[in-house]
Design a protein around this ligand. Structure first.
Ligand code: UCC
Ligand code: FAD
Length: 585
């Protein structure tokens, strides 16, 4: 008070011109789209309970979890290879906040919720929303949770073998003392995309029927996890292994024994990463690690894809959460920051910048909810064959598309804070760094685009018919809303261009589809998200913003693959020119 009285008027005014910290409140209460989605889809009783839980969780995130997340960022894991007496110990030391995140994850049932299924098919939506709210404050703990969910899913998909029941109970526990997390060790030195050719790890059968693994795992995230799933080639009596995908089998192993001693595993070092620095990613030597074979021999890739599809959904959750968080902070900042004599919010060009991000985020959010909804149906035996095909297609589509959207959005949003956006201690660069990995891990954009083609081939084209009929059904709902007419017309045009592309490409060589894979996947993402936005905007209580978002989304190029096909971009000549442009002739 004394200082205030004594402060000269000029100085006081200058202090008032400081740039203010953007503060957001309860993320659930502030997310209008999330709340309207839940209101539109959940049965009333489920909505009531889920809303209460989310509001409470939103408060807990604000008061308890957010500071812990920041602590995780400030205290990244440390690797201690030797103890003071020269003994090799290979300790990965994590901070107390990271350990607390594990307990909170259990208490909140962030994995359990999906497997208890107390809201039947809606449990996956409930879980996805909790993870979405948790993501950017989790201090990187969303990563082990993704893999834990994936491991539980694999065990469940295998029909819950007796030997894995205990592990499943730990992975899905709400008891912090009992809760385990899992890793996912696929990538080796020779590569992470081409797992079939990159995996050198060998599994040797022991007289008691267990296996011992020998090899080197090049990227192992959340290396402090309790258990992991990994791939290896089983050696025959002569020590020979089968190469290629059909030589790979899936193994379960405990990373440490009861005394916390590593399971014949040596840590080479921790990765020095651009982001996700709160979480330990290690290089590991497996030197006879005891493991249990959990797939049929040679069915390793097919079996671990149950994990991949879950972790890819978590990747979508992370992407949408980062976009939403950066927008929330940007809009708060615009309410406080004065430039050229007025608040940023009163500069139309700045509002246009944020509104464009908002439209992208809405499309991404609805894609995420659609996948969670379909997964919930599939897991409660309520999914039709069409729903299952659609889920298989939409997971890679959404993963690859939202990964790219999120990277672009967080960079754009960083700029909304001017120079402050680039300052480490604002926390904004953390979100940017942690988002940039989303298009790399769990399969890069190109690999996921090829997975989209895999899902088409596997269903012998059926999935694309389901895609078209579902999109049509969703946009038909809009027929009574005049304001949506232009959007519906744009969607109809895009659908017919996509149909023409598919017919045209069908008569060309296989090469065409491979070259078109990325543009094709983007087209599927834009068209499907457009249909979801239109569907959401067709609700009787839709807001003007819902309608505008649908219209604006559909104003963009919805079917880039048709344009590029017309440009002959996928022809052999152009492909040769791609190489020439890169390397010169
Ligand atoms: O990167 C990682 C990060 C860990 C950190 C956790 C973060 C989680 C998110 C956090 C959120 C914030 S872990 C490593 C991730 N690695 C990958 O994603 C691998 C990328 N590469 C691929 O996906 C490739 O496409 C491969 C490895 C799947 C290709 O393998 P193959 O063996 O060459 O492929 P094939 O021969 O086509 O497929 C073998 C079998 C087939 O089944 P069958 O034999 O019945 O015909 C395929 O249909 O596997 C089946 N399959 C699938 N099934 C392959 N992919 C899938 C799929 N996605 N879904 C269903
Ligand atoms: P490459 O396969 O060498 O890819 C290089 C480029 O080539 C990419 O742009 C890719 O899109 C492109 N490309 C590859 N193949 C094709 C093709 N057929 N057609 C067109 N383009 C192609 N892995 C784990 O198993 N467990 C983990 O816990 C884990 N954690 C990770 C944590 C971090 C922070 C990071 C960055 C990675 C992690 N990974 C993990 C590894 C990750 O899954 C791989 O890095 C990723 O799948 C890509 O594999 P790669 O590095 O071998 O890239």
């Amino acid at each position: 008070v004394l200082e205030d009285l004594e402060m000269p008027v000029v100085r006081r005014e200058t202090e008032n011109l400081f740039q203010e910290r953007p503060e957001t409140g309860n993320q659930y209460l502030e997310d209008a789209l999330l709340r309207s989605y839940l209101k539109a889809h959940l049965p009333p009783k489920v909505l009531e309970e889920v809303s209460q839980d989310l509001e409470r969780f939103g408060n807990r995130l604000l008061t308890e979890v957010k500071p812990l997340g920041w602590e995780c960022e400030l205290n990244p894991p440390v690797f201690r290879q030797y103890d003071a007496w020269g003994q090799r110990v290979d300790h990965i030391i994590t901070c107390s906040a990271w350990k607390r995140m594990k307990e909170i994850s259990a208490e909140e049932g962030l994995i359990a919720e999906a497997y208890e299924r107390r809201y039947s098919n809606w449990s996956r939506v409930h879980q996805a929303v909790k993870l979405y709210l948790f993501s950017t404050t989790s201090g990187g703990f969303n990563c082990p949770l993704a893999m834990t969910d994936g491991a539980a899913k694999v065990i469940e998909s295998l029909g819950m073998p007796a030997s894995l029941k205990n592990a499943f109970d730990h992975l899905t526990s709400r008891d912090p003392k009992k809760f385990w997390t899992s890793g996912q060790w696929m990538t080796e030195r020779r590569g992470g995309s081409d797992v079939a050719n990159g995996t050198e790890t060998v599994a040797r059968k022991q007289p008691d029927g267990t296996y011992r693994l020998y090899g080197f795992k090049w990227f192992t995230s959340a290396a402090d996890s309790d258990v992991t799933l990994t791939l290896a080639r089983i050696a025959d009596a002569e020590g020979h292994v089968k190469q290629g995908s059909s030589g790979l089998s899936l193994f379960f192993l405990k990373v440490r024994d009861e005394d916390k001693k590593l399971n014949n595993i040596r840590v080479q070092r921790l990765k020095d990463k651009l982001g996700t620095r709160q979480m330990a990613t290690a290089e590991l030597w497996l030197d006879g690690a005891e493991a249990e074979l959990i797939s049929a021999e040679g069915r390793g890739v097919a079996s671990i894809s149950n994990m991949l599809n879950i972790t890819r959904i978590h990747n979508v959750i992370g992407a949408v959460a980062s976009m939403r968080r950066m927008i929330s902070l940007s809009r708060e900042y615009a309410l406080k920051r004065v430039v050229f004599g007025k608040l940023l919010k009163d500069h139309p060009l700045h509002m246009q910048t944020i509104a464009r991000m908002e439209v992208q985020t809405r499309g991404a959010f609805l894609l995420l909810m659609e996948i969670a909804r379909l997964l919930g149906l599939a897991e409660t035996n309520m999914a039709s064959e069409q729903d299952q095909l659609l889920l298989r297609l939409l997971v890679p589509v959404a993963k690859l598309y939202t990964g790219k959207q999120a990277s672009a959005t967080v960079i754009e949003a960083m700029e909304c804070f001017g120079g402050q956006g680039y300052m480490e201690d604002t926390g904004l660069p953390v979100i940017v760094r942690d988002t940039l990995v989303l298009s790399i891990w769990e399969g890069t954009t190109n690999i996921l685009s090829l997975d989209v083609l895999r899902s088409l081939t596997k269903s012998q084209g059926q999935v694309i018919a389901v895609f078209f009929s579902t999109v049509q059904k969703k946009i038909e709902l809009a027929s009574s809303t005049a304001e949506l007419e232009p959007a519906v017309k744009q969607m109809q045009a895009a659908i017919s261009r996509l149909t023409q592309f598919i017919q045209g490409a069908g008569s060309k060589e296989a090469m065409t589809m491979e070259l078109a894979a990325r543009d094709f996947s983007y087209s599927l993402a834009r068209i499907y998200a457009g249909a979801l936005l239109i569907e959401h905007a067709s609700r009787p209580d839709a807001s003007a913003e819902d309608i505008s978002a649908a219209r604006r989304w559909c104003n963009q190029e919805l079917c880039p693959v048709a344009t590029e096909f017309k440009n002959r971009s996928y022809e052999a000549e152009e492909s040769l020119m791609d190489s020439s442009l890169v390397y010169g002739s």
